[in-house]
Design a protein around this ligand. Structure first.
Ligand code: GN1
Ligand code: MG
Length: 368
């Protein structure tokens, strides 16, 4: 899968980067896109950039993805500048155009590439380590939503239609169980039972949205804790990344995915389920951070589903992993056999942990 340094050098030359490329390497292997970093010499200073190949299997319209990304990053940058915020280039991603002025480059194999300024002096973590980090994550994603409430122009493109449509996700799981093309359902019986027993939760937010009780907003849609870049010195959240799924959605889906990824001390695929749990001190600070920024626009109706959203999105990602396991692992990149089943188990364990604390979680938020 990985691109060789030479190929990357070739690709990086397509972008408006001044200086001499020194080396390029794999930066991060996510579940979906491929990400590389490249170091340049610019007048004696080393400067890094991020080159990323967009997964066409997942994002069917990469040009539309980049159109959204450009609108969102430009809008955020302008607003931060107007607020006289310092360090703007570390707080909003900057897309480097190609030599012909486009936001992406299409290589000879038809692959889509884009380039970002590398934000220095920040770090990301796969698992949350302190309530302070949870606060920072909540604040940063809340601010991201808040900055986008007044984005001008037409509705953003739905880069993946029905991305968090929990009923459709559930239906996809039902089809995968039904066809059981890889004869794996027998190995996933407890997980399948758990999923089917939870069917009643999948329509709750969809119905509230359909009734107009909850509004559509511009949301990030992939608010994993490792998508928040924290300043290495101060620990402050500087910037949120992974903007491919920024599109019209529901604010609660973002908060729910924060609960999923920012309250358990474990990784998403922790095999020791006894370690997987929703930690109340993390949740409290996460909710406080989120409401410190998003509280400005959220309605009472949205707030009333805060605890529920954590359960729902953890369940949703769990059934997506289970569906992919049953369908032969074609969507999420896996690193061992049964990886998706194991990820599913971890999510479902977390769902249970949230269920046990859901009332207390919501009570806490109601008081904020
Ligand atoms: C995928 O590739 P990554 O890690 O940013 C997925 C998310 C899931 C996540 C689970 C476009 O995100 O929806 O929540 O894996 N992204 C897409 O870790 O499907
Ligand atoms: Mg992502």
């Amino acid at each position: 899968m990985a691109y060789q340094e030479k190929q990357l050098q070739e690709i990086s030359r397509q972008f408006q980067i001044y200086g001499e490329i020194l080396h390029a390497e794999t930066f991060k292997i996510g579940h979906i896109n491929e990400t590389y970093s490249a170091t340049y010499d610019q007048g004696g200073t080393r400067v890094r950039y991020i080159h990323q190949k967009i997964n066409k299997n997942v994002f069917k319209n990469p040009a539309a993805v980049m159109k959204n990304v450009m609108r969102v990053t430009t809008h955020i940058r302008k607003k931060l500048e107007a607020r006289n915020v310092r360090d703007v280039t570390r707080r909003a991603l900057i897309v480097i155009p190609t030599r012909s002025g486009q936001s992406y480059f299409r290589d000879a194999n038809g692959e889509f590439w884009r380039t970002f300024v590398f934000v220095e002096g920040v770090e990301t973590h796969e698992a949350v380590q302190s309530p302070r980090q949870a606060f920072q994550a909540g604040r940063a994603f809340g601010e991201f939503q808040q900055l986008l409430v007044d984005i001008p122009g037409e509705r953003l493109v739905e880069t993946i239609p029905n991305f968090h449509h929990t009923r459709k996700r559930f239906a996809a799981l039902q089809r995968a169980i039904e066809s059981d093309h890889y004869n794996r359902a027998a190995d996933a019986q407890p997980e399948i039972t758990f999923a089917l027993e939870h069917e009643s939760i999948v329509d709750v937010i969809l119905k509230a949205m359909a009734r107009g009780k909850i509004p559509e907003r511009i949301t990030h849609n992939d608010t994993k804790f490792n998508n928040v870049m924290l300043d290495v010195v101060s620990g402050e959240a500087m910037c949120v990344v992974d903007l491919d799924t920024v599109m019209p959605g529901c604010a609660l889906y973002d908060f729910g995915d924060m609960v999923r990824t920012t309250t358990s001390p474990t990784l998403e695929d922790e095999p020791d389920l006894s370690k997987v749990r929703m930690q109340m001190p993390m949740f409290k600070r996460l909710a406080e951070g989120y409401l410190s920024t998003a509280g400005e626009f959220l309605t009472a109706a949205e707030k009333s589903y805060i605890a529920f959203s954590g359960k729902l999105i953890t369940f949703e990602i769990g059934i997506r992993f289970l569906t992919d396991y049953l369908s032969g692992d074609t969507y999420f990149r896996i690193h061992r056999p049964d990886h998706n089943l194991s990820r599913c188990r971890t999510q479902f364990k977390l769902v249970q942990s949230i269920e046990h604390q859901e009332e207390a979680m919501q009570k806490y938020v109601d008081k904020l």
